[in-house]
Design a protein around this ligand. Structure first.
Ligand code: HEM
Length: 412
């Protein structure tokens, strides 16, 4: 039924040569028939080969750098049933150039992207399962009707969203970043395979990380030696289809070029550590790596893991490294082994701070300034322990509790 309704014509808009009315009259979104087909082809072509990780990068790719402030003014008045403000008209005129169809298409794309992607990111951040754009409108003989998008969050039929894949990537990046600026710290569980990640997401965790120990050990490979790159990359490829942001533990890059690696991953975040298989990178070397990754994939949240602390190096060295990595563009810092309140508070002042789960509640850690608590390899180790305990219980004649066969199948 919804599908039939979404195949009806969109409400038509009058011709106009200035401002938001001009924009509406020239974009794919409010056109029907042959005009829609022509504009749809133009829109699809403009999106082809766009590899943006942020809305800013999308604006640049659409040849509208610096346009997002104006786009934010146009967006609330874009729909034909909403009155147009003078501010929105002025913004549209600043971007309109020669008032040609291609310019309208570029502005239209960015308006669609801005409003819906911000809403989508907020849904991902809060774990809200509803459609970010709840309704759309269609024209019938009896007038304009509202059509629910509950069953089709990206639309359906001729007007279905052409930006779905791009929007999903950008929204996950935006949501994951925003999760590091909440009052309460983000509790980030670390998975080691597809199903452990899917089960954690189904249990209500809004973002999922991976554990390098878990991924390596599950394949019979020792951790921390850069040997499980192929397995970590294969897992990242599986997890990119999960409906939540995923961050991937890359150790120190598995001997690959981290900038290339991150750009090809499709993850909302990565962990990159300054530990090396046999020691530590110099702060300068690590800062350079970080800046190269950020240049290549600015929307991906780069969590710089600092391995000095748990190797017993003085806290001043950890602090100096944290400063250098943040200056190089790191979005967050991760200091495994950090538990001393004074040290936590000091480092939390520099950037969103990630610590490992410890004998303090998320609220207590949040009060010290922590923004992210990861489980590291804990869940993998707990699963291993539980597996052995379950087998022992069976040997001793028990029938322990576990997910049912159907519950596991439902996660796939
Ligand atoms: C990069 C970001 C995005 C771009 C470039 C984009 C672009 C577009 C364009 C150009 C259309 C009109 C297509 C047509 O009329 O033929 C459209 C439609 C649509 N978009 Fe997106 N969009 C983006 C993000 C999103 C997001 C995040 C959502 C919500 C989850 C969304 C939901 C929709 C829906 C529901 C429609 C169909 C509306 C209808 O049938 O009336 N879009 N999008």
């Amino acid at each position: 039924m919804t599908e039939e309704l979404l195949s009806l014509p969109v409400p038509s808009v009058p011709a106009a040569d200035r401002g938001v009315a001009w924009l509406r009259a020239n974009v794919v979104r409010f056109s029907n028939g042959a005009e829609h087909e022509r504009r749809r082809a133009l829109t699809t072509k403009l999106l082809e080969n766009v590899r943006a990780t942020t809305l800013e990068e999308l604006a640049q790719a659409l040849n509208l750098p610096e346009a997002l402030d104006d786009i934010a003014k146009i967006a609330p008045c874009y729909q034909p049933h909403v009155p147009i403000t003078a501010e929105a008209d002025a913004a549209a005129e600043r971007l309109a150039g020669d008032h040609d169809e291609e310019t309208a298409a570029r502005i239209g794309l960015l308006v669609q992207a801005w409003a819906a992607t911000n809403a989508f990111a907020e849904h991902l951040r809060t774990g809200n399962p509803g459609p970010p754009v709840p309704i759309t409108r269609r024209a019938t003989q009896d007038g304009v009707i509202e059509v629910s998008l509950e069953a089709h969050p990206f639309g359906h039929g001729p007007h279905a969203c052409p930006g779905r894949a791009l929007a999903t990537k950008i929204a996950k990046n935006m949501a994951f970043r925003a999760m590091h600026f909440q009052d309460e710290p983000l509790v980030l569980p670390n998975a080691w395979d597809y199903t452990s990640a899917a089960a954690l997401h189904a249990a209500g965790f809004t973002a999922i990380g991976t554990t390098s120990l878990g991924v390596a050990a599950a394949h019979g490979i020792p951790d921390g030696m850069g040997l499980a790159g192929k397995q970590a990359i294969a897992l990242a490829a599986l997890l990119k289809d999960l409906p939540c942001p995923v961050t991937v533990d890359l150790e120190s890059g598995f001997g690959l070029d981290p900038a290339e690696l991150v750009a090809g991953l499709d993850a909302a975040g990565v962990n990159l550590e300054d530990g090396r298989p046999h020691g530590l990178a110099s702060p300068e070397e690590q800062a350079l790596l970080i800046s190269r990754v950020k240049e290549r994939a600015p929307g991906v949240f780069l969590n710089a893991r600092i391995d000095t602390h748990w190797q017993g190096v003085a806290i001043e060295e950890t602090e100096a490294r944290a400063k250098a990595y943040v200056d190089a563009g790191a979005d967050g810092i991760f200091v495994p082994g950090l538990t001393e309140p004074r040290d936590i508070e000091k480092l939390a002042n520099l950037a969103p701070l990630n610590v490992l789960a410890q004998q303090r509640t998320p609220k207590e850690l949040g009060n010290l300034g922590v923004k992210r608590i990861s489980t590291g390899s804990l869940l993998f180790r707990a699963a291993l322990q539980h597996t052995v305990a379950t087998a022992r219980a069976v040997r001793d004649g028990g029938v322990p509790e576990a997910f049912s066969y159907a519950e596991v199948q439902a996660l796939i």
